[in-house]
Design a protein around this ligand. Structure first.
Ligand code: 13P
Ligand code: SF4
Length: 358
């Protein structure tokens, strides 16, 4: 494993690590707005989007109010791969990215000529902060015979150090493609997704080296509690995001990105689903399959304390209020150094081209 383990406490949970806690401690409480306040913000945001030729690009884990607004204004609500694609294909000159830092950076790298704004620049991701460029780059240098494949949930610097960037929608396909070519792979930063890919493709020994990172939301799903729930709903299919721990993925009926989870809910014959991912996705799930029932997968075992409760604390930092303020003042602009962006563009473009070719 890597040097990061030295930074960890006794616990295997990423949320317990000192450096992740220091980011979590900084998250402010959101003020609950009244219906009237929400409606006022919505109409002001709609007017500003039109005035500034801006498009709203929101992730499925953001507040349903933001997702609804993105839909209403012909923006996009999507998984991280489609968010990237929408941003680079959009005719808008400003992209307002509601999500976390890596999503804003990806949009800027793919569209350096566009203004990219975010409701807050403080919304990060435990995978991104668990993969600092210095340690990661040194690790890659120790394994020069390995192709470097990084998840999109990483900084621009880490992307620029990689041969490939992937999202959960195509991670298995890209690693399979590389192993078929006889390549060995460093996978970073999500260890759960890494183990899932390793298992699925039967990668042996050092064919796949896996970084020790995790998502604080998905690592809270527990097998025992999930099995208990399945006893209560024996007819329900389990849908899981591949950032969940392997025991969860092993019992899931479908594993995939947020979009793939929604598609599975639409196309599968079951009427009930236990869903192991951030609860923000329920808004789109219910819209996509209104006749079906969706149940949140349990996030803690017996006696355990829930740290995330299936709600990404960083996604939750995006609100109507800070979205409005950012758009009005053109504040919270995402900047990526041009040279760095050009280097990060190469593995990102590889990802976009791969998906189109396959
Ligand atoms: P998707 O690529 O499936 O949207 O996932 C992004 C993410 O951050 C999941 O936690
Ligand atoms: Fe990162 Fe997990 Fe939040 Fe996604 S849900 S942004 S992986 S911390």
């Amino acid at each position: 494993m890597n040097k990061l383990e030295n930074l960890s406490s006794e616990s295997n949970l990423i949320a317990d690590r000192v450096f992740v806690r220091s980011y979590l401690d900084k998250i402010p409480e959101n003020r609950q707005l009244s219906e009237q306040e929400n409606a006022d913000y919505e109409s002001k945001i709609i007017a500003l989007l039109a005035k500034k030729n801006a498009a709203l690009v929101a992730h499925y884990y953001t507040d349903p109010l933001l997702q609804a607004l993105a839909d209403k204004t012909s923006g996009c609500v999507a998984d991280s791969l489609e968010m990237a694609r929408f941003g680079s294909n959009s005719s808008a000159t400003t992209l307002m990215v509601c999500g976390v830092k890596f999503m804003g950076e990806t949009a800027k790298i793919l569209s350096p000529e566009k203004t990219v704004l975010m409701p807050t620049l403080e919304a990060t991701c435990s995978l991104d902060i668990g993969c600092p460029i210095e340690t990661f780059s040194a690790y890659c240098d120790q394994h020069p015979d390995h192709k470097v494949v990084v998840y999109a949930n990483t900084s621009a610097e880490v992307k620029a150090r990689a041969d490939w960037v992937v999202t959960s929608a195509i991670a298995v396909d890209v690693v399979e493609h590389l192993l078929d070519l006889g390549e060995k792979v460093i996978w970073a930063p999500d260890k759960h997704l890494g183990r899932y890919i390793q298992n699925k493709l039967g990668a042996q020994g050092d064919e796949m080296l896996i970084w020790d990172g995790a998502c604080i939301v998905h690592e809270e799903f527990k097998l025992k509690a999930l099995k208990d729930m399945k006893h209560l709903y024996p007819d329900a299919a389990i849908l899981a995001h591949p950032e969940s721990p392997l025991p969860i993925l092993n019992v899931a009926d479908a594993v995939g990105s947020t979009t793939q989870i929604i598609n599975a809910a639409i196309s599968r014959p079951e009427q009930k689903f236990i869903v192991a991912t951030d609860s923000g996705i329920f808004y789109k799930l219910q819209q996509a399959a209104p006749e079906k029932e969706f149940i949140m997968a349990p996030t803690s075992g017996d006696g355990a304390t829930c740290r995330s409760c299936a709600q990404c604390p960083w996604m939750g930092m995006n609100t109507l209020q800070n979205l409005y303020e950012s758009l009005l003042n053109e504040s919270n602009e995402v900047h990526v150094d041009l040279k760095l962006g050009k280097r990060a563009m190469v593995p990102l473009q590889r990802m976009l081209d791969f998906k189109q070719d396959n």
